[in-house]
Ligand binder design. Structure first.
Ligand code: ZN
Length: 105
């Protein structure tokens, strides 16, 4: 029983840690998806408060007027499931990919 449990935990950790490059960056403003930027070409999305740029297959916040600048400090992301959140501007950038792997225990 303990062995089975260990195998299950091991598998879960494996899937959770398996690196997987994302395919696109989804941008949400106040919980609504406002843009999808493919990561395989350069692009950008911005409003009056924040600018999100895709460059070299990674997405990052390059300009923002929020006080803490945590979103900008998050740097560039490209792994599926990674995200950048800007609470003051209510913007979330999330990396999405095809073939979502979901492990239900
Ligand atoms: Zn921010």
């Amino acid at each position: 029983m303990i062995v089975l449990l260990l195998v299950l935990v091991g598998l879960t950790v494996y899937f959770a840690l398996a690196p997987s490059a994302g395919e696109s960056a989804e941008i949400y403003l106040r919980g609504e998806k406002v843009a999808t930027l493919p990561l395989d070409k350069n692009g950008e999305w911005s409003n009056e408060h924040i600018k999100v740029v895709v460059s070299d297959g990674k997405v990052s916040v390059t300009e923002t007027d929020c006080p803490d600048k945590l979103c900008q400090k998050s740097g560039a992301i490209d792994q599926k499931g990674a995200s950048i959140v800007c609470l003051p501007n209510q913007v979330v950038v999330k990396i999405a990919g095809k073939g979502e792997v979901e492990v239900i225990v």
